[in-house]
Design a protein around this ligand. Structure first.
Ligand code: PLP
Length: 446
C-alpha cells in the first residue's frame, strides 16, 4: 500500500511507482511507459532528465546549497531575479521575492499589495477582489482568493469571502450573455463589485490570465484585460496576475498577459519556472509597488526558510536559460496549434465533449452530458476521474480539472505536454485519448 498520503487524492487508489523520466516520458517500476501529457501539474515544461539542468544542479551543489536569506544573497538568486525581470520585458523594473510554491507566491502577492497601501497610511485597503472559477493555491490566504468551490467547501468557515465576480467564461457564461454583444459584462462586474465593497477597502484584484485548474483552460475574450486594467487604475486597485500556470512560455508567450500587451503590478510565478527540477516560485513586484515599501519599512513582511536558496535559484536559472537557448516558447506556439487542431479534428464530434479550447500548449477539454444545453454530467459519474484513470492505464497522463459555473462539479481535463513534444508524439497522445473518450462514451451510453 502507498503510504505517502500527501500525494494521494483517493485512499482507495494505488498509484504506480515512478522510477525515472526521459523527455516526455515517465517509467514505472514495472517498466511501463507513460506520455507525460500534462507535464505533471502543468509543470515539467522542458521534459524529464535534461542533462544540462542536472549538470547545473550538480555544479551549484558543489559550491553551496543553502544560505539563510537574512544572512546572504547569492549569485544564482541575483541572476535569477535579473533574468525574470528581463523576460518580463515591462516598461518598469520588477523585484523578485522567492518562495517555494505557487500558493506561497500568490499569498506573498496578496501581502505585498496590502503592505503597499499600509506604508502609505491606507490601513483599510486590505481586501483582495477575485473571480469565481479560479484557483490561486491551497494555503488559507491563497484559498481565500480562489473561486474553486470544490477546494473551498471544507474550509469555507475559516476563509475570507474574496471571490465576488464572474469569470470570462464565454462557453458557459454565468451572465447568460454572448460575446461581443455582452460588451464585456463580466469585466464590468468588477467595477460594480468595487463600488459595492468600496475602493477604500480593496488592495488588489487577482486573476489568472488564462484560467487553469478551476475551469479547464478559459481564455478571456479580446478587450477583457484592457477593461480590467482600466477599472483597476480608475479605483486605485493593484492588479495581480497569477501566472503560476501560464508563466514561462506555457501559452506560447513568456507570460500569459503578453498576449494582450497588459502589465500587472504584481505577478505570481511557480510551476514552469523550474520545470519541476526543484521547488521554487516567485512573486514579482513592480518598482511602483515597491517604492512605498522601500521608503517605509524597507522590507517585505514575509519570507520562508528556503526562500531564495542558491540550489533552487541555480536550478531555475538553468531552466530559464535552457528555454531561451533552444527557443522553446516558439516551439510551444507551433506545436500548440498542431495539437489543438488535431484534437478538434479527432475529438470535436464526440458526443460527450462540449468544448476543446487552448492557447499554446495549454489545452482544455470540457465534457458535457448534453452538447446543446451544455449540461454537465452527474457528479456521481466522476467522468474526469474515469478519463484520467483510463488514460493512465493506457500510458497517457492528463491533468484533472473542473468546469462549469459550479466551479468544481463540471468535468474537464488539461492537456499540456512538455514544450519539446514532437508531431508524432502528439499524434500518439491524441490517439490514446481518443480511445479513452470512445470507451467512456460507450459506458455512459453516448
Ligand atoms: N495559482 C495557479 C494559477 C495554479 O494553477 C496553482 C496550482 O495549480 C497555484 C496557484 C498553486 O500552486 P502550488 O500548487 O505550487 O502551491
Amino acid at each position: 500500500m502507498n503510504r505517502s498520503l500527501l500525494i494521494k487524492p483517493s485512499m482507495k487508489e494505488e498509484y504506480p511507482t515512478v522510477t525515472h523520466g526521459e523527455g516526455i516520458y515517465l517509467y514505472d517500476k514495472d517498466g511501463k511507459r507513460y506520455i507525460d501529457g500534462s507535464s505533471g501539474a502543468v509543470t515539467t515544461s522542458i521534459g524529464h532528465g535534461v542533462s544540462e539542468i542536472i549538470e547545473a544542479m550538480h555544479e551549484q551543489a558543489n559550491k553551496v546549497s543553502f544560505v539563510y536569506r537574512s544572512q546572504f544573497t547569492s549569485e544564482p538568486a541575483e541572476k535569477l531575479a535579473v533574468k525574470l525581470n528581463e523576460l518580463l520585458n515591462a516598461d518598469e523594473d520588477y523585484w523578485s521575492f522567492f518562495v517555494n510554491s505557487g500558493s506561497e507566491a500568490t499569498e506573498t502577492a496578496m501581502k505585498i499589495a496590502i503592505q503597499h497601501w499600509q506604508e502609505q497610511g491606507y490601513f483599510k485597503k486590505n481586501k483582495i477582489l477575485s473571480r469565481w472559477v479560479s484557483y490561486h493555491g491551497i494555503t488559507l490566504g491563497a484559498l481565500s482568493m480562489s473561486g474553486h468551490v470544490g477546494r473551498r467547501e471544507r474550509f469555507v468557515s475559516i476563509l475570507e469571502d474574496y471571490p465576488a465576480v464572474s469569470a470570462p467564461y464565454c462557453y458557459q457564461c454565468s451572465l447568460k450573455k454572448t460575446y461581443p454583444s455582452c460588451q464585456l459584462a463580466c469585466a464590468n462586474e468588477i467595477e460594480t463589485a468595487i463600488k459595492r465593497i468600496g475602493p477604500g477597502q480593496i488592495a488588489a484584484f487577482i486573476a489568472e490570465p488564462i484560467i487553469g485548474a478551476a475551469g479547464g483552460v478559459i481564455i478571456p475574450p479580446d478587450g477583457y484585460y484592457q477593461q480590467v486594467k482600466e477599472i483597476c487604475n480608475k479605483y486605485n486597485i493593484l492588479f495581480i496576475a497569477d501566472e503560476v500556470m501560464t508563466g514561462i512560455g506555457r501559452t506560447g508567450e513568456m507570460f500569459g498577459l503578453h498576449h494582450w500587451g497588459i502589465q500587472a503590478d504584481i505577478i505570481a510565478l511557480g510551476k514552469g519556472m523550474s520545470a519541476g527540477y526543484t521547488a521554487i516560485a516567485a512573486t514579482l513586484a513592480s518598482e511602483k509597488v515597491m517604492k512605498p515599501i522601500l521608503q517605509g519599512s524597507n522590507s517585505v513582511m514575509s519570507g520562508h526558510t528556503y526562500s531564495a536558496n542558491p540550489q533552487s535559484a541555480a536550478t531555475a536559472l538553468a531552466v530559464l536559460q535552457y528555454i531561451e537557448k533552444y527557443q522553446l516558447v516558439q516551439n510551444v506556439k507551433v506545436q500548440g496549434e498542431y495539437l489543438l487542431q488535431k484534437l478538434l479534428f479527432e475529438l470535436g464530434e464526440s458526443k460527450i465533449i462540449g468544448d476543446i479550447r487552448g492557447i499554446g500548449l495549454m489545452i482544455g477539454v470540457e465534457f458535457v452530458s448534453d452538447k446543446s444545453t451544455k449540461r454537465p454530467f452527474d457528479k456521481k459519474l466522476m467522468i474526469t476521474n474515469k478519463i484520467v484513470g483510463k488514460a493512465r492505464e493506457k500510458g497517457l497522463l492528463v491533468y484533472p480539472s473542473s468546469a462549469g459555473q459550479e466551479g468544481a462539479h463540471g468535468d474537464a481535463i488539461i492537456i499540456s505536454p512538455p514544450f519539446i513534444i514532437t508531431k508524432s508524439q502528439m499524434d500518439e497522445l491524441v490517439s490514446i485519448l481518443k480511445e479513452v473518450v470512445l470507451e467512456i462514451q460507450k459506458e455512459v451510453g453516448g
